[in-house]
Write a protein that binds this ligand. Structure first.
Ligand SMILES: [Zn+2]
Length: 485
């Protein structure tokens, strides 16, 4: 412990250490809420909590700075709790054992909780540091960012007054984030009737695997293969050409992962099987060639299997394979305000059979609300045309990048002044709490920035010590340069 307490800036690391001693799994934030409210009391700071459990602690302006715009500093108080198999820990009651390992602070066998404990620590340091000059400050600590963005979803309008928000939950020093994507899930259901396997048929299984998969937001632009799409190319071709009959299709898993594996079982007339296998080889080689650079380990196989118990009706099979073919997957639009940023995308995530129906899971993302609606309608339209029952969730809103933001200009100029180089300005194609704040506080001017973290959400999680000092210095300088109301 003492080694962490000797790091600079001392105040930040002192609070970081204290935070590691308080259990705070997502959805179990009672202990950390109490810790924050006790801290506010001890320092005579005005504090409140809302229904969801979010905490707000206020600090008045330092003398002469009263006319500045109010700034909201924001972090989330929950952490992802992951441990190595051989580490014994009760995350509901035990502290995290953090230690210094040369350039990094790490935890013994568990996640460190620097995501977002370091954001909280910086807020507490600002709230107590008499040497920092600033206008009115409100520190917002949200609950349950990691498993549902619940705190941000349930945040009440009027809980804070600030018009500028600094989100302290980013993971790369030297980068300032100014946008994120909103998302929505769409699920399609096909009901089928079972039929008997036709006489004089044999059965095969086609398997697609060896793909990279990856996150459906961060990695959607990388050109990775989609196992459902690939498997369906065979299903579509063979349905049209050989009148094959589908028995089962199983592909993908989580809605936010690009599917890596898929397989389907079908029957075909004995007399067609040789030609079908020839066609299989041809199409297989074409697909492997198409994506050999991004997917060198793609593996597509056909094998003879025993006859299935049933096949599904022809009409549902046709609707399924046509809609899987027509359903978009991947990047739909690139941002015109932020070159290189995916603006809108969709992931054809999973195809699952049970005894009576087929469930297709998809998810759409966009940094524009209208873009999200557009891609969502596109996916829905495909499945509705195919007579599926289609449902979409409520989704969550994005944060459209504003390269002309005032706080971005202040933060960039400050960074350049302090470190003699320009920060990178970025947006991400995944969700952040900021998108939800905008829903209730549409006038907010926001950026997100943080020190360098690696291995986040795993027991490898670590934070680069020197970047904490740089980041905190940057934060302090930004506060000093906030414009007047
Ligand atoms: Zn986080």
């Amino acid at each position: 412990m003492s080694d962490i307490l000797n790091l600079q800036p001392k105040n930040v690391w002192k609070y970081f250490y204290q935070i590691t001693q308080v259990p705070r799994p997502s959805k179990k934030e009672e202990k950390i809420i109490k810790f924050l409210l006790d801290f506010a009391k001890e320092h005579n700071l005005e504090a409140k909590r809302d229904q969801a459990g979010n905490v707000l602690i206020k600090k008045p302006a330092t003398p002469g700075m009263e006319n500045k715009k109010t700034v909201v500093l924001q972090s989330h108080m929950d952490m992802v709790c992951e441990a190595n198999k051989d580490t014994k820990i009760d995350f509901d009651n035990d502290p995290i054992v953090a230690y210094v390992d040369s350039e990094w602070v790490k935890a013994r066998g568990t996640t460190l909780g620097a995501d977002d404990g370091i954001g909280m620590a910086a807020q507490m340091a600002i709230l107590t540091d008499p040497s920092v000059q600033h206008g009115p400050i409100e520190c917002l600590f949200t609950v349950d960012e990691e498993t549902g963005l619940t705190g941000a979803f349930e945040l009440e309008p009027g809980f804070f007054e600030g018009t500028i928000l600094l989100n302290l939950d980013s993971e790369d020093e030297g980068e300032i984030f100014i946008g994120c994507a909103g998302g929505i899930d769409t699920t399609a259901y096909f009901k089928f009737t079972k039929e008997a396997v036709p006489a004089k048929s044999c059965a095969f299984k086609i398997t697609v695997n060896g793909l990279k998969g990856g996150h459906s937001g961060d990695e959607i632009h990388k050109g990775y293969g989609n196992s459902n799409k690939i498997a369906n190319r065979f299903l579509f071709l063979f349905t049209k050409k050989y009148n094959i009959r589908l028995s089962n299709f199983d592909g993908g898993n989580k809605r936010n992962a690009i599917p890596r594996e898929a397989e389907f079982v079908f029957t075909v007339a004995e007399t067609d099987k040789e030609n079908l296998i020839k066609d299989f080889e041809t199409l297989k080689n074409q697909i492997i060639k198409e994506i050999e650079i991004t997917e060198p380990n793609l593996n597509i196989q056909i094998e003879k299997v025993s006859l299935p118990e049933f096949i599904i009706d022809k009409n549902t099979q046709k609707n399924l394979t046509y809609s899987l073919y027509a359903c978009p997957h991947g990047v739909h639009a690139w941002s015109t305000t932020m070159p290189g940023l995916v603006e809108t995308s969709t992931n054809l995530a999973a195809v699952k059979f049970n005894d009576v129906k087929i469930t297709i899971t998809t998810s759409q993302r966009s940094s524009l609300e209208s873009g999200k609606t557009d891609i969502n309608n596109m996916v829905k339209a495909v499945f509705e045309l195919a007579e599926a029952e289609v449902e979409s969730g409520d989704g969550y809103p994005g944060w459209a990048p504003n390269p002309k933001s005032e706080i971005l200009e202040i933060a960039s100029a400050s960074y350049e002044r302090l470190f003699g180089k320009k920060p990178a300005i970025r947006a991400i194609h995944a969700g952040l709490e900021c998108g939800l704040f905008l829903e209730k506080y549409p006038y907010l001017d926001m950026i997100s920035f943080g020190p360098t973290l690696r291995g986040v959400h795993s027991p490898d999680e670590r934070i680069e010590i020197k970047t904490v000092e740089m980041w905190y210095k940057h934060l302090v300088d930004i506060l000093k340069n906030i414009p007047n109301k």
